[in-house]
Ligand binder design. Structure first.
Ligand SMILES: C[S@@+](CC[C@H](N)C(=O)[O-])C[C@H]1O[C@@H](n2cnc3c(N)ncnc32)[C@H](O)[C@@H]1O
Length: 254
């Protein structure tokens, strides 16, 4: 059976069409870059972009840090990312899984993971967190964004109410919401999202606190990153409500 890196590689060509984008101009309150600027030092500090994907963050990191290690286990993602920063000499690429970061030749000051800490097996998530912690300097920082499971419940609630307001009976309203919100791809109890062979963990905030503490991190901040309604089904009709979110986290090595 093909492994997850295979499916992530397949997703690289159409990445922009397939995934919600937390860097869009109309995404409000994304503290990622602001926080990275605070942690940056172009003369001294080393950062790792874990699961860099097609590399949207790499030009920013290259400007604000001395060395950037761009890591991903999907070759096709790395190929697109390399193209994006071909003129930057301080970005080093590595094909690696979060379960084994021995490719990093030095300890890092900051690790960033944007929508990439999505391993479907919780035991592997714990292993990945321990591995990321191992690579950080004492006092090092780990920050990023994870997809939010509770935001899917929120969007579902609004979609059900929208259908009820349009006069649908409750069963039809639920069916309508499930259709627009791709419920067939979710396992709500276990926080899983399955789509085009990709199996991803979607997070609840309590799970961020729980797993990070267990792995030896001190969680300093968990905040909503409000996404753009433009990227959600029926978003145009729900504009009066705050949009769904992903979770931003900031943690330090205990
Ligand atoms: C949704 S994309 C996000 C990419 C990028 N961080 C961004 O913000 O656009 C997730 C990326 O993480 C990578 N990834 C997922 N699980 C990984 C793992 N266990 N080890 C290494 N890379 C992983 C995938 O290959 C993919 O490129």
């Amino acid at each position: 059976m093909p492994t997850q890196d295979h499916y992530w590689s397949l997703a690289a060509a159409d990445y922009e069409d397939l995934f919600v984008d937390p860097y869009r101009g109309d995404v409000r309150g994304n503290p990622l870059k602001r926080t990275l600027r605070r942690l940056a030092d172009p003369a001294n500090r080393v950062v790792a972009d874990l699961g860099c994907g097609i590399g949207p963050l790499l030009p920013f990191l290259a400007k604000h840090f001395k060395t950037v290690y761009a890591i991903d286990f999907a070759e096709e993602m790395l190929n697109r990312a390399r193209e994006r920063v071909k003129n930057r000499r301080n970005v080093m690429f590595n094909s690696a899984s979060f379960l084994d970061l021995n490719c990093l030749p030095e300890p890092i000051d900051v690790a960033v993971a944007v929508n990439s800490l999505v391993l479907p097996d919780p035991a592997e998530t714990d292993e990945a967190l321990a591995e990321i912690r191992r690579c950080l300097n004492p006092g090092g920082w780990f920050l990023g964004i994870v997809p939010a499971m509770d935001a899917v419940h929120y969007a579902t609630m609004l979609l059900v109410d929208r259908a009820l307001a349009a006069g649908l009976p409750i069963e039809a309203a639920r069916k309508n919401a499930a259709h627009h919100n791709d419920h067939s791809c979710y396992d709500f109890a276990f926080g899983q999202f399955r789509f085009q062979g990709l199996h991803q963990q979607f997070w609840q905030p309590f799970e961020i606190r729980y797993r990070f503490r267990r792995a030896g991190f001190v969680v300093k901040q968990i905040r909503k990153v409000r996404l753009s309604w433009k990227q959600f089904a029926a978003g145009d009709e729900l504009q009066t409500y705050p949009p769904p979110w992903d979770w931003f986290f900031l943690a330090t090595r205990a």
